[in-house]
Design a protein. Sequence first.
Length: 314
Amino acid sequence: DTRRPLDARAAGLMLLLCLTWSLQQISLKAAADAVGPMLMVALRSGIAALGVAALMHWKGEGLALSQGRWRPGLLVGSLFALEYLLVAEALRLTHASHVAVFLYTAPAFAALGLHLRLPAERLAPLQWAGLGVAFAGVALAFLGRGGPQADLAASQVLLGDLLALLGGVSWGATTVAIRCSSLSNAPASETLLYQLVCAFAWLLPAAFLSGQSHFHPGPTAWLHLGFQSLIVSLASFLLWFWLLRRYLASRLGVFSFLTPVFGVVLGMLLLGEPLDPTFAAGGGLVLAGVLLVGGHGWIASLWRGRRSSPQALR
């Protein structure tokens, strides 16, 4: 394996990626009056799909339909579309910071699904502990709020949080579908193209059916559409795949957990969103648990290194 640990360049790029991804929900929420969130995701997916297709053509890559990858590609793309359908609906009801946290439960659901499907992906004890912490955080975030005295606005926030959590489930299922199909050996650009095309095909009519089809041309609409399509859906994913080819995935994955943290902070600063103490406690447990699940290899190696270092000095 020629991939190497993170250096200063990779760390800087990962911080930039996490900041970009955290702004994704902030942007959708901020531009909701100008462009419906679901329509925004559909349009950005279509624009980014054209960019990925052009890149694949330039590199001489084909879709390899003869190998039968279009069937799992359709499944993965549909799960990706479902994820953002849920996200778009969640953003109508709850805070962008809540969506950022609950969406990033995806690694926990993916790890559980892979444990059930692939013998090589059996969960380690530290990962089981992480799952317990994460799901305890979800329970606290939901059960610690609301109740019989909750008003309509609070109930809507809870519903939006639930939709965001289901979006995380869908994202986790997407990961499992990729790993358990022929797409696990496909070029990353091909898998991304399936996701973008299906998101455009499914979400464009869904935007009209759900009443999220409004588009008011103006600086706000065009600025956010450009950011969503060219920066989030195209440049950030291409940069992510470039990093995965050169650096250890476990190290990169640990960095990616900064995304929901940035999302909460930016939601407060840019959108003026409140930080409910119960949600903050539950969200903190969710992020800690997901970090244990996704970064267990890195954490275990650090622990082994600390235990062996005194012996090495003797």
